[in-house]
Design a protein around this ligand. Structure first.
Ligand SMILES: N[C@@H](CCC(=O)N[C@@H](CS)C(=O)NCC(=O)O)C(=O)O
Length: 234
């Protein structure tokens, strides 16, 4: 059976990491049986990041490679009907979520003092209190350094929010009144989109990004629809 290595759930969300939540949502959408690793330790992850899966002795890190592996091994259960041009659009939308919107969401969660306090309490309470400020300070510094390396971290907060809000508007406009991003049937893009949008709308942190997403009712309705279908008991 497929074993999923990921962070524990937070805030009533399946995962605070949209990449982990994307893989688990994909597994639920496809009905592939999976279990959680009881010994998931990020320090042992081959690329130092979660998610990772193990299947038939193979260890696969990275949500993108994981979905490709699952499609190749168990059949392309969600995207087979898409035409090449539709696949291209779905890929571009996924990159928007994962390679751009992600960084502005990361800023809101890790860069803004009051949100960082909420994030720290949810993610790191398992660290002994005495060393928690020191360890979490180092982790935060690493995340902010990565954001600077990406380039998003070099912008002003107003610019970061402007970029993120533009992405969110594009997602809402593309979704329109469709049931799923690529039409009437769920595709792998929905696993990613749901993971990012639910993290944006339902995490107890506050930002102009969240307020903007809340002002676009088709996004909340979409998340509610996916939750009811694939995550009814969370
Ligand atoms: N490209 C990777 C990104 C995964 C990723 O960034 N995971 C983050 C959590 S959202 C992580 O594990 N961070 C831990 C770290 O950087 O130490 C994927 O698609 O899986």
């Amino acid at each position: 059976m497929i074993t999923l290595y990921q962070f524990p759930p937070v805030w009533g969300l399946p995962n605070g990491s949209p990449f982990c939540m994307k893989v688990e949502t994909y597994l639920r959408m496809t009905g592939l049986p999976y279990q959680f690793a009881s010994n998931a330790d990020i320090r042992k992850a081959p690329k130092g990041k979660f998610p990772v899966i193990e299947d038939n002795g193979k260890i696969i890190p990275d949500s993108g490679f994981i979905l490709e592996y699952l499609q190749q091994t168990y059949g392309d259960k969600l995207d087979a009907h898409l035409a090449p041009a539709e696949r291209a659009v779905a890929l571009a939308m996924r990159r928007l979520l994962e390679e751009n919107l992600y960084w502005s969401m990361l800023y809101a969660r890790w860069g803004v003092e009051e949100n960082w306090r909420v994030t720290r309490a949810a993610y790191f309470n398992f660290i002994p209190a005495l060393i928690r400020p020191w360890i979490t300070g180092m982790i935060r510094k690493k995340v902010l350094k990565a954001m600077h390396g990406h380039g998003m971290g070099r912008h002003t907060p107003q610019e970061i929010y402007h970029i993120g809000k533009t992405d969110i508007s594009a997602l809402a406009n593309f979704l329109g009144d469709k049931a799923f991003f690529m039409g009437t049937q769920p595709t792998s893009l929905d696993a990613a989109a749901y993971a990012f949008l639910a993290n944006l709308l339902w995490a107890p942190t506050h930002s102009p990004l969240k307020a903007h997403a809340e002002s676009l009712p088709n996004l909340a309705a979409y998340c509610a629809r996916i939750k009811a279908r694939y995550w009814p008991s969370t």
